[in-house]
Design a protein around this ligand. Structure first.
Ligand code: NCD
Ligand code: ZN
Ligand code: ZN
Length: 346
């Protein structure tokens, strides 16, 4: 049995760092675990152009602990008015690596998102031409659709037509949660990949709803069934190059989650690798962990794999009940519980 594993330094292909003092409070957790991360652009004022992305990148670099070499990979937030010229500018900047589609109203800070994919068709076409990947929050916002079906309906209404219209557009189906999403990704021979979060591999809607309402298990897309989780675990631990690590670590202050109308988002950056490691260990797939965490994402984005290594060891520790969040409190995933794996400091 493995009690220690050394792998190539991994990357987080879906991360929310927020901004200002809140970013300063959380960035060290990701910077300690990962070589690089794709930084989501859904700030209070969304990151909609290359100049904003580069200014945000500078703020992240300034917030890093001295000597840390963590690299933020920037993304643009697509709106109804994003133009092919905006895409050209992004494609010419090496630090901007993708554009993010938030269907308007689907999630945190998505009000400025895209109301109809037809509005950004010229921009998507230019992304395909310049090989800039599209990152997709894949849920419909139609209020007639049950919240548990929003991802599967999005596949039928948006992704399947998009594959037909623009087969050369490379895209990442972000934070997939359902068996339908796994089937969809498995059916695509090229240009499509998916990220999977720790919470969707560890938890189901029972953990959200069945023994009291657990606001710290609330994220979007919402946790799904036991069978969905089984398929996600199979996909993540299969070694299939289309699946890679993306925590979707999304910090919100304690009072914003423990509320009559709580925010969506789970904080996992404090123990991201340990949480994923637990999943791979549980199904006897530690030999597939490195490709999921360190190879598949870099290969999809056409970036070099990291050159360093990290070590995880089987040595238990207790997650704090909360972290400081710029004077507010931040409740992490697995708060107050014991984790079996630990990221070694040496
Ligand atoms: C994310 C956030 O809080 O920014 N929340 C979430 O529940 N996943 C947004 C997102 O990734 O959709
Ligand atoms: Zn999302
Ligand atoms: Zn996210």
């Amino acid at each position: 049995m493995n009690t220690r594993i050394e792998i190539t330094t991994p990357d987080d292909w879906h991360l929310h760092l927020r901004d200002g003092d809140r970013m300063q409070a959380v960035v060290q957790h990701s910077a300690r675990q990962f070589g690089r991360a794709i930084i989501m652009p859904n700030l209070t004022r969304p990151v909609t152009n290359t100049a904003m992305a580069m200014a945000y990148r500078d703020r992240i670099l300034e917030a890093l602990p001295p000597g840390n070499t963590f690299q933020p990979l920037m993304t643009l937030y697509l709106t109804d008015t994003t133009s092919p010229a905006d895409i050209d500018e992004a494609a010419a900047e090496e630090h901007v690596v993708a554009c993010k589609l938030y269907p308007a109203g689907a999630t945190t800070h998505s009000d400025a998102g895209v109301t109809d994919l037809r509005n950004i068709y010229p921009a998507l076409q230019r992304m395909a031409e310049t090989e800039l990947p599209l990152l997709v929050h894949g849920e419909v916002t139609d209020p007639r659709i049950d919240v548990f079906d929003r991802e599967s309906v999005f596949i039928d209404r948006v992704l399947i037509p998009l594959r037909e219209q623009l087969p050369e557009l490379r895209f990442v189906f972000e934070h997939i949660t359902s068996s339908e999403a796994v089937h969809f990704v498995n059916d695509q021979e090229q240009n499509v990949a998916a990220t999977i979060t720790p919470q969707h591999l560890l938890l189901t809607r029972n953990d959200l709803l069945a023994s009291g309402l657990r606001p710290h298990h609330y994220c979007v897309p919402i946790l799904k069934s036991i069978n969905d989780k089984k398929l996600l675990v199979e996909a993540a631990t299969s070694g299939d190059a289309r699946y890679f690590l993306g925590t979707d670590s999304a910090p919100h202050a304690r009072h914003e989650k423990e509320s009559a109308c709580g925010c969506a988002g789970i904080y996992s950056a404090h123990a991201a690798l340990e949480l994923y490691c637990e999943i791979f260990d549980a199904v006897g797939a530690m030999d597939k962990f490195e490709s999921f965490a360190a190879f598949n994402g870099a290969d999809f984005y056409g970036l070099p794999r990291n050159s360093g290594t990290i070590t995880l060891e089987k040595s238990s520790w207790t997650v704090p009940d909360e972290y400081d969040f710029a004077g507010e409190r931040l409740v992490p995933l697995r708060a107050g519980t014991e984790l079996a794996w630990r990221l070694s400091d040496d």
